[in-house]
Design a protein. Structure first.
Length: 326
């Protein structure tokens, strides 16, 4: 009572099965999870994929968010995923990968609110596998709300049928009612595939940023300066992430609160070539006299470290006051 997918007689039902197929075809294959890849440093990533013929990057974040039934969370996940994909391509290109194929495993429907009970279709019976948007098997009753499609009609041999909702409805199989897939709507059937070809000569475009801290740290607010130096690869404005860390343990100890002369938001500063940006930081972790703090600048498009400042001395103890609400 379960459908089984096979290719060349081999069962292919899980990521390890698909990885085995890739390894049989290409030899050395690295299996990576998108979230882990995005957080790896440049050197660690290069070491991870060294010698690989293929790097397979998997992600389940959209499904995981959608299946919670929390529609607001699901919608916010989409732009985050697009940013992660962009960063993954950029970071892998710096590690020497020049050809990318980006695809989803299926399309889906995501709604602004859950479907009501009046759109829930009773299970069709018969023998087979039931999901919210499809029944796969034999002997199921179609009725008026389900459409029967023989698998043979879509090029898959055998005598099984698909029963799918004719409109926006769900078979009573449990699960989220605002995010689902498996039917035959264009959104569920059409799978996007994007091929990205990187010019290897431009994959490591150099950017030069000058960064410094003004004097010593003597209070909860201190300042620094950033400047993107002009050059062949600094024609357009560049978004950089700026963090203030304690040298001894690498902990981030201050947050960016302002950047004069530049756009700023969530620790990101937009730099224009040869234009100085004065940045201000607020200390968010206790500092002890004698600590050293440095600014680190990262290219938000590639996660490559562009610069680090000369460490600044903490001249006095700087304590962070906790504010408790009544």
């Amino acid at each position: 009572d379960r459908t089984v997918v096979s290719i060349g007689g081999s069962r292919v039902m899980s990521p390890p099965d698909r990885l085995a197929l890739l390894q049989a075809a290409h030899g050395s294959v690295v299996d990576a999870v998108l979230d882990d890849l995005v957080t790896l440093g440049e050197q660690d990533l290069a070491a991870r994929i060294e010698g690989a013929k293929v790097v397979m990057v998997r992600s389940q974040e959209i499904d995981e968010a959608g299946e919670t039934g929390k529609l607001a969370v699901t919608h916010t996940q989409f732009p985050i995923m697009l940013d992660h994909l962009r960063r993954a391509v950029a970071k892998l290109s710096l590690a020497g990968v020049t050809l990318f194929v980006i695809s989803s495993d299926h399309g889906f429907l995501v709604l602004s609110r859950e479907l009501g009970q009046h759109r829930i279709i009773p299970k069709p019976g018969g023998r087979g596998e039931v999901h919210r948007r499809v029944f796969i098997g034999s002997g199921g009753a179609a009725g008026d709300e389900l459409m029967r499609v023989p698998l043979s009609a879509v090029g898959i041999p055998g005598d099984l049928d698909l029963l799918v909702p004719r409109g926006l409805g769900l078979i009573a199989a449990g699960g989220a009612r605002g995010f689902f897939h498996g039917g035959i709507s264009p959104q569920e059937l059409l799978v996007p595939v994007i091929t990205v070809q990187i010019d290897a000569k431009k994959a490591g475009e150099p950017l030069t940023v000058e960064v410094s801290i003004a004097g010593r740290v003597t209070s909860r607010i201190f300042t620094g300066k950033l400047m993107l130096k002009s050059g062949l690869f600094a024609i357009e404005p560049v978004d950089v992430g700026v963090s203030a860390v304690r040298v001894s343990d690498g902990r981030e100890v201050a947050k960016l609160v302002a950047a004069g002369g530049a756009e700023v938001g969530e620790g990101v500063v937009r730099l224009t070539a040869d234009t100085e940006a004065l940045v201000s930081f607020q200390v968010v972790a206790d500092l002890t006299k004698g600590d050293k703090v440095e600014l680190r600048v990262m290219d938000v498009g590639t996660d490559r470290r562009l610069a680090r400042s000369k460490p600044a001395q903490v001249a006095v103890d700087v304590l962070v006051e906790l504010e408790l609400d009544d």
